[in-house]
Design a protein around this ligand. Structure first.
Ligand code: PLP
Ligand code: TYF
Length: 396
């Protein structure tokens, strides 16, 4: 059975981490994978998470199975975070949420549901997008088409190209959008653009699917949901696949969710029963720990405040690194314009470095960047900045 099987290629991003770990140089720098690092270069457990875990350790009395949709209080708390506690949408009885294993698991369940239940055959993703999108959607049987997004010349959004491509979407197509902090470009839509996109989807009878993996990393936990909330006020139906890997630092707990906004309570209940049936056939019911942590924090005003403060610290540190990086490049006498990096959101930017330059940075300087030139700004610190700038100067 196995002898004729070919070796699978390494994941272009996760494979880079393996190479980084195997690198013996002490001044190596990892700007590959999107994992938050603090000033000391570590990915710590948040204080809010530690406190929630201490509470859970004390109070938990059973490890019995969860329901298919997960921890009971979790769904409502996720909906509060996504749509705002007292918003019309939140109060409309048109939202249905199931806990799922990370953003990836949420996207995969959403895709299986779309193909097998909702008769969707085509999903549109931005060019470029997170590399795993194509794999997840293709594995579920969707045809993946792409729409223009990145304007290479101006290091900004090609919104005209995006609208022109999406004007070809057909009824029952799904349009994948990044809720904020677009991976890999760091370029987001403004509210006027979200509105135009929502109108287009409504007109073409296409459904937006939000991949929301970085809430809180652009401008704030509430602020970053503005695009989603605006679109939800315009289109009749949408879905959200959210992840708490980054904003709660719960990477290895695999915690996220699938949320459905339906046109009516009745249609939503029927659709959600099918989401649950989809989940049952994949992993039956989700693991508890990550969801219990998130629910404990979000339901406790003090812990929630602490968490919001910790997300702010992560966001602000990354932003400081963007500013410092741009100014250090200029100080080093590099004339090429990198100022766009300061204007972008979240962990990532497209640096414009070529495959050859990325390769030289790895070989000669131990600086690890994804082949596309995407840099994870979250891996920069005050102490690795000078080495980083020196390496980039050398390859430029
Ligand atoms: N979607 C995007 C845009 C991401 O960058 C990530 C990163 O990991 C994910 C989804 C997957 O999140 P998770 O690690 O929770 O599966
Ligand atoms: O884009 C990133 O770096 C993160 C982490 O298969 C990631 O989203 C990367 C690749 C992958 C899973 C997660």
């Amino acid at each position: 059975l196995f002898s004729a099987i070919e070796q699978a290629p390494a994941d272009p991003i996760l494979g880079l981490t393996d190479a980084f770990k195997a690198d013996a140089r002490s001044n190596k720098i990892n700007l590959g994978v999107g994992i938050y690092k603090n000033e000391a270069g570590q990915t710590p457990v948040l204080d809010s998470v530690k406190k929630a875990e201490a509470l859970l350790l004390e109070t938990q009395t059973s490890k019995s199975y969860l329901g298919i949709e997960g921890v009971a209080e979790y769904s409502a708390l996720v909906q509060d975070l996504l749509f705002g506690e007292s918003s019309d949408i939140r109060q409309s009885n048109r939202l249905f949420t199931a806990q799922a294993p990370g953003g990836t698991g949420s996207l995969r369940v959403a895709a299986e549901f779309l193909v097998n239940v909702a008769n969707v055959s085509t999903i549109w993703v931005s060019n470029p997008t997170w590399a795993n999108h194509n794999a997840i959607f293709t594995a579920a049987g969707l045809t993946v088409k792409s729409y223009r997004y990145y304007d290479k010349q101006n290091h900004g959004l090609d919104f005209d190209g995006m609208l022109a491509d999406l004007s070809q979407v057909e009824a029952n197509d799904v349009v994948l959008v990044h809720g904020c902090c677009h991976n890999p470009t760091g370029i987001d839509l403004n509210l006027e653009q979200w509105q135009q996109l929502a109108n287009l989807c409504k007109q073409q009878q296409a459904m937006p699917l939000f991949d929301f993996a970085y809430q809180g990393f652009a401008n704030g936990v509430e602020e970053d949901a503005a695009g989603l909330r605006l679109v939800a006020s315009i289109v009749p139906e949408l879905m959200v696949a959210n992840s708490f890997s980054k904003n709660f630092g719960l990477y290895n707990e695999r915690i996220g969710g699938i949320t459905l906004l339906s046109e009516s309570t009745d249609s939503g209940q029927r659709a959600f029963s099918q989401v649950k049936k989809t989940i049952r056939a994949i992993y039956s019911n989700p693991p508890a720990h990550g969801a219990l942590i998130v629910a404990t924090i979000l339901a406790n005003p003090e812990l929630k405040q602490l968490w919001i403060e910790e997300v702010k610290q992560m966001r602000e540190r990354i932003h400081k690194m963007r500013t410092l990086f741009v100014s250090k490049l200029a100080d080093a006498g590099i004339t090429q314009d990198f100022s766009f990096i300061e204007r972008q959101n979240g962990m990532f930017s497209f640096s414009g470095l070529s495959v050859e330059q990325v390769d030289r940075l790895k070989q000669e300087f131990g600086i690890y960047i994804v082949g596309s030139g995407r840099i994870s700004v979250a891996g920069m610190t005050r102490s690795n900045m000078d080495d980083l700038v020196a390496g980039i100067k050398a390859v430029l």
